[in-house]
Design a protein around this ligand. Structure first.
Ligand code: PEP
Ligand code: MN
Length: 272
């Protein structure tokens, strides 16, 4: 099927080889499988330090955690802010992990890039064009999450904004889309993985946590994502999910489940 593409730099036609992003020796893209794990939100120095230790012990390479949280309601916990960036950077350094955190506004890009190795653009901000343009002006790798109602074409055009600005280090993340189903929080669109990899050269990361919203579905959908060719996973894990400060405890793995998942994934693909 011939489809007209409005994006260029993100396209596989333009760049036939897989993009591999090398961050301090961790290579994301190609045949490696990168595992990013951690809480939805950074809560305290002790919390992020302990979770970092567990992510590393399980074989993960990247510590995830939000210091700025894009909450649906204005009265919900909004994240601990810049202090959280400092806490996460310290934990990452201590345990030998890269870090990824969400940036929500152009004004905070520089400070987030100062503390984190990868910047995450959340689903609600996929078409925040001012944010995307700002991310194009730096070289810090960006994990761009698919908007929950966005087509592949819209998704790749959002990536194009960052690439066109001069930052080639972009990863695409499928995190579930909105469908008529309500049993799951979102519908993880596994088809996106091979489709995006055929349309684009950029690494594709799957988020089975937000993609399902249910802890018991994270393992099967992680395996399915790897089987579909994902270049990595971003998975929520918490030492005390029932008391986590965002509502995402229900989708967060317990540390032993996270460790067990990585053990099983090693059979399917080499971890980075
Ligand atoms: C998150 O990673 O915690 C998050 C808020 O993700 P999303 O933007 O996919 O909802
Ligand atoms: Mn979350």
């Amino acid at each position: 099927i011939k489809i007209s593409k409005s994006y260029k730099l993100a396209s596989r036609d333009f760049h036939p080889d897989d993009t591999v992003i090398d961050i301090k020796g961790v290579k994301i893209g190609g045949s490696n499988l990168v595992i990013m794990g951690g809480p939805c939100a950074v809560e305290s120095p002790e919390q992020i330090d302990e979770i970092a230790r567990l992510v590393k012990a399980a074989g993960g390479q990247v510590l995830r955690g939000g210091a700025f949280k894009p909450r649906t309601g204005p009265y919900s916990f909004q994240g601990v802010g810049v202090e959280g960036l400092v806490m996460m950077a310290e934990a990452g350094k201590k345990h030998g992990l890269l870090t990824i955190t969400e940036v929500m506004t152009p004004e905070y890009v520089d400070v987030c890039a100062e503390y984190a190795d990868i910047l995450q653009v959340g689903t609600r901000n996929m078409q925040n064009f001012d944010l995307l343009r700002k991310l194009g002006t730096i070289q810090t790798p960006v994990l761009l999450k698919r908007g929950f109602s966005s087509t592949y074409d819209e998704f790749l055009n959002a990536a194009e904004y960052i690439l066109a600005g001069g930052n080639p280090n972009v990863m695409l993340c499928e995190r579930g889309i909105r469908t008529f189903e309500t049993y799951t929080r979102n519908t993880l669109d596994l088809t996106a993985i091979p489709v995006l990899q055929s349309l684009s050269h950029l690494p594709v990361i799957s988020d089975p946590s937000h993609g399902t919203g249910r802890r018991e579905l994270v393992e099967p959908m992680s395996k399915a994502s790897v089987a579909a060719g994902a270049n990595g996973l971003i998975v929520e894990m918490h030492t005390d999910p029932d008391n986590s400060m965002t509502g995402d405890g229900v989708q967060s793995l317990f540390p032993d489940q996270f460790a067990n998942l990585l053990k099983q994934l090693e059979q399917l693909a080499p971890l980075v």
